[in-house]
Design a protein around this ligand. Structure first.
Ligand code: ZN
Length: 278
């Protein structure tokens, strides 16, 4: 098939893009996919179907939500203790129902929730206020929803005075995955950008961060380089699991479960809602 250049340049590296194929999204929209000649980012055409796609913020097909949050909590319990000040503040910038924020607070981390598109069900009272200064941000299953990832990351880093992010998105290598790949999420219509590790590397260098691929689905953008031994641990499935289990069994921080319960009771009695000072 002859490749037709897309008129829009790549939002990450500004290189030209090639037409790859057309797939049917939401069962009724024929959508063209383009791949960047520079960084390999694969994207749909400018999405015009998102209002329809987001009639529900979290798609019915996302059956992995709870299992994923448990795995992320276990990973973060390790990472936040070895690569950050564990007593610092952290913001889940697309916190969904607040499951991860709650799990991290249960482990004693000062985690806060933000999400423009979803209701906070599990971390009520811990909505991150504008100007809150965070040590690191989390963006799990977000980047594939974003049409301009560079602008998204710059905005979130500026909002929380922060230059590190732990993110998940399923990456691919080489040519675009075959049509029908499950991660295209054709039934939900919500996934519009698909990354390679080299795309994330390019994003990191644009932002002045160090990129680490933990595995195909989990990635770090770090304001300060990770220690070489830690990079080795994180990138080895065996070592990472071993360290995660060890840190999970050894509680260092006091849990915030009870103190959050007391705050919630105070709020219900009419006291001021809990907000984090800047
Ligand atoms: Zn590019």
């Amino acid at each position: 098939m002859p490749l037709t250049p897309d008129s829009n340049p790549c939002p990450v590296c500004a290189a030209a893009r090639d037409y790859m194929f057309t797939q049917r999204v939401l069962g009724r929209h024929d959508v063209a996919y383009f791949q960047c000649q520079g960084c390999g980012l694969l994207q749909t055409e400018t999405p015009h179907w998102l209002e329809e796609a987001y009639s529900q913020a979290i798609a019915d097909t996302d059956t992995g939500l709870l299992q994923r949050n448990l795995e992320h909590a276990s990973f973060l319990n390790l990472l936040l203790q070895v690569a950050f000040d564990p007593k610092g503040r952290f913001v889940d910038v697309a916190g969904g129902y607040g499951v991860l924020t709650r799990l991290l607070r249960d482990r004693g981390f000062d985690a806060w929730w933000a999400d423009k598109y979803c209701n906070n069900l599990f971390a009520i009272g811990h909505e991150a206020s504008e100007g809150l200064q965070a040590q690191a941000l989390f963006a799990f299953e977000v980047l594939e929803h974003v049409t301009d990832p560079l602008a998204f990351l710059r905005t979130e880093f500026a909002r929380y005075g922060c230059g590190s992010m732990v993110l998940s998105t399923l990456t691919f290598s080489g040519s675009a995955p075959a049509q029908g790949w499950w991660y295209y999420s054709l039934e939900s219509g919500q996934h519009v950008s698909f990354y390679q590790p080299r795309t994330l590397q390019r994003l990191a260098s644009q932002l002045g961060c160090e990129y680490t691929r933990v595995h195909d689905g989990l990635h770090l953008l770090m304001a300060r380089p990770l220690a070489p031994w830690l990079r080795r641990v994180l990138r080895s499935r065996r070592l990472r699991s071993m360290f995660e289990r060890w840190f999970w069994s050894r509680r260092v921080l006091p849990s915030l479960t009870w103190c959050d319960h007391e705050q919630a009771r105070q709020r219900l009695r009419g006291a001021e809602p809990a907000t984090a000072p800047p």
